[in-house]
Design a binder for this molecule. Structure first.
Ligand code: NAI
Length: 712
């Protein structure tokens, strides 16, 4: 008998019950869905006319797993355990079904979706669809039996790699791993599934031997298991510092995969609970949601931007060539302008080289690259060739006059609707807009180096930038698969000004006798990719110093350049590029630069100070308090106003540890009253650089948080 549930449609064809799962918008596993699936399966099992069951999804999804926003609400393990127990019971009932169940994987089969498929007796997948257990990216472990079924199906090493990395693979790869039994063309999937059902009916396939949780053929011996687990733990100890879920996955398989699956599955539920209530998981889920919401601003809601067909890039240097890479990858007609043929030749080489990874991994063949460069990339030294561009992205030398001259010329060449985007690191966008006849068409498009790899695009609105221009900037970000974070114009915009607080605050500690290497170590231990002095060496001390001077000039006395900074800069050792900066890079590994050591020692002697030990906590508190304060100042100054975007920008643009959620989430956790206290202490000790921002004081007084106060 055919039936309609709210989320499942059951129809019978040739003795096979076809259960079509349809829980819009993305076929997520809700509580209602879980109940209805169970009811529909029981109905089919009890129907004497039904010999086999086929589960299939709708649209682009087979089943997309749990709704992560619900995970955010979970605060106690017991409620979660009760819910997961019901899910587990459902999956186990499927495995023990008296009739075979076939998963016809028509689309994305992720998380709980794959766990459901693994509880089926046969997995048939459409070609090109995605499968995986990406739970770890939300800070949790697979909680629907995945940790116990996947290793039994694909073997322990592969399962660990897939689960601890949250890797998503295509069905072709899944087939080669044994996760999928058979592949089919999308449009033939259902017919194929019915044919499989027939094979079960005819006894050609037996389903009782296909119950994943009972399989042991791919499990390692006890000795092998010990080695695999040890190797995995060793790898994670380096790669997953600060995270919880990857280690819990290893624990689930280490203690699990036994002859007592009931106990193993119960343990999985318990370990899932440990993860889901952790701050790490909440932080990761919030970042995921922020990323989905990035660029969806009330200001441009409902605005449709003009389609971007042809995009021009000015300057094919380090940044320009990376931007061309992105445009070509998005299939856009691209024009690259540079000052002369030599510059263009160099740029072409750089663009081609930027695809080396795709070539090496076989995603692009050398002939395809050549074909793309020949058909999609036009290189020119004549600005007139940019006349038909919908968008021009400028990435020439960081010189306001040079940039303004180019904009003036282009204003006469391009159409009345062309959008002008500049990739300046720090020059005022407003000053560039001012030379255009229509300044509303100018916007900052701040890419990060290397542009083809860094996920963030900081979009900067000058005062005259129009909503239409902003909508185009966000549309570009989507086209080239970047995360857009929109801020307002101001020195260093958001990211640079935020990031520079770390080396700036670190200098006050250095000038107070704290060891440079200890400061770098503490910051790395906190989870940033490198310490502030190593970062300065990488970006160049001359550049950092220049930015600090600009801040001092434009943002006021709080930002005056520290005399020790002045003295170190005076050495002329500008970092990695000059072989020496705070560290000396001449030897096999960097060591503190003796010249800097001497300058610091002289400074301390002149101030009557002695070198001193500092705990990691003191160092981190000082740097983070300064960073939090700066974020608050930027909100007061209307550079940015969305904590979620600011946190996302730091995670995606600078490698701020995702598990900490970002600077403002860290501040909220620390407590604004404590941040305020710390700032007052630092202000007394080191001066006005640390004077608490009004917003910090206000939040401290009212027990507020950035996120409550200002929303997501
Ligand atoms: P680059 O030195 O690699 O490239 C500069 C480009 O400007 C070259 O294509 C060069 O031919 C062209 N150029 C030189 N003199 C010129 C002139 N007089 N008129 C017009 N074009 C001229 O520089 P890079 O690093 O690519 O920087 C370009 C822009 O991107 C700068 O505004 C920089 O501040 C910004 N930026 C740089 C980042 C980085 O990490 N390198 C990061 C983000 C922004």
């Amino acid at each position: 008998m055919n039936s309609e549930y709210q989320t499942i449609k059951l129809r019978i064809r040739d003795g096979v019950a076809i259960l079509t799962m349809n829980n819009p918008p993305v076929n997520q596993m809700s509580e209602l869905f879980t109940q209805e699936l169970r009811a529909a399966i029981i109905q089919a099992q009890e129907d004497p006319g039904v010999k086999a069951l086929v589960l299939i999804g709708t649209g682009r999804n087979f089943l997309a797993g749990a709704d992560v926003t619900q995970l955010l609400q979970v605060t106690d393990k017991a409620t979660m355990a009760a819910h997961l127990t019901v899910v587990h019971q459902g999956f186990q009932a499927m495995e023990q079904s008296p009739k075979p169940i076939i998963a016809a994987i028509n689309g994305n089969c992720l998380g709980g979706g794959l766990e459901l498929a693994m509880a089926c007796h046969y997995r048939l997948a459409a070609k090109g669809v995605s499968l995986g257990l990406p739970e770890v990216k939300m800070g949790v472990i697979p909680g629907g039996g995945g940790t116990q079924r996947l290793p039994r199906i694909v073997g322990l090493p592969t399962a660990l790699e897939l689960m601890t990395g949250g890797k998503i693979i295509k069905s072709e790869k899944a087939w080669s791993l044994g996760l999928v039994d058979e592949l089919a063309e999308g449009e033939e999937l259902l017919d194929h599934a019915l044919a499989v059902a027939k094979k079960f009916q005819d006894g050609i396939l037996g389903w009782k031997t296909r119950v994943a949780i009972r399989r042991i053929d791919r499990l390692p011996s006890a000795q092998e298991k010990k080695h695999i687990i040890a190797a995995s733990r060793q790898k994670l100890a380096k790669q997953a510092i600060g995270y919880i879920a990857p280690f819990k996955i290893v624990e689930a398989v280490d203690q699990g995969l036994s002859a007592d699956p009931q106990a193993d599955l119960a343990r999985e539920i318990d370990l899932f609970g440990d993860c889901v209530v952790s701050d790490v998981s909440k932080n990761l889920i919030c970042l995921f949601l922020s990323q989905r919401a990035a660029g969806k601003l009330p200001r441009i809601k409902g605005l449709k931007s003009e389609p971007l067909r042809k995009v021009a890039v000015l300057g094919g240097g380090v940044m320009g060539s990376g931007i061309v890479h992105l445009l070509l990858s998005a299939g856009l007609d691209t024009v690259l302008w540079d000052i002369d043929q030599a510059a263009l030749d160099k740029a072409r080489q750089a663009v081609a080289k930027s695809f080396a990874f795709q070539i090496k991994t076989g995603r692009l063949k050398p002939a395809q690259l050549e074909q793309m460069l020949a058909s999609k990339l036009c290189m020119t030294t004549a600005l007139e060739d940019l006349s038909e561009a919908d968008l021009v992205i400028e990435a020439v030398v960081e010189d306001l006059r040079v940039k303004q001259e180019l904009w003036k010329k282009l204003d006469g060449v391009c159409g009345a609707r062309t959008i002008f985007g500049t990739n300046t690191s720090a020059l005022p966008i407003g000053a560039m807009a001012s030379v255009l006849a229509d300044p509303s068409r100018m916007i900052g498009l701040h890419f990060f180096n290397p542009a083809e790899r860094m996920p963030l695009l900081e979009i900067i609105c000058a005062q005259p930038t129009s909503d239409q221009t902003l909508a185009a900037g966000v549309a570009l970000a989507r086209l080239i698969k970047k995360v857009p974070v929109v801020v307002n114009d101001g020195p260093g915009f958001y990211v640079t000004r935020q990031l520079i607080t770390l080396p700036s605050a670190a200098l006050y500690l250095l000038a107070d006798g704290v060891d440079m290497e200890a400061i770098d170590r503490a910051v790395k231990e906190f989870g940033l990719p490198m310490g502030p002095f190593t970062l300065e060496d990488l970006t160049g001390l001359d550049i950092g110093f220049h930015v600090c001077q600009t801040f001092a000039r434009e943002l006021g006395p709080r930002y005056q350049v520290h005399p020790l900074h002045q003295a170190v800069h005076g050495l002329g050792d500008f970092g990695r590029k000059s072989g020496r900066g705070y560290y000396d890079y001449g030897g096999p590994k960097p060591v503190p630069n003796p010249r800097v050591r001497e300058v610091v020692a002289d400074y301390l002697a002149a101030q009557g100070k002695a070198p001193r030990q500092a705990q990691e906590g003191e160092i981190v508190d000082c740097l983070l308090a300064c960073a939090i304060n700066e974020a608050a100042l930027m909100m007061e100054q209307d550079i940015c106003d969305r904590p979620a975007d600011m946190d996302l920008a730091m995670v995606q643009g600078t490698g701020f540890p995702a598990y900490r959620g970002g600077i403002l989430r860290y501040a909220d956790k620390w407590g604004l009253a404590s941040v305020h206290q710390e700032l007052l202490r630092l202000q007394e000790k080191y001066g006005s650089r640390f004077e608490p921002a009004g917003l910090v004081r206000k939040l401290a007084q009212h027990h507020g948080t950035f996120y409550q106060q200002l929303g997501r």
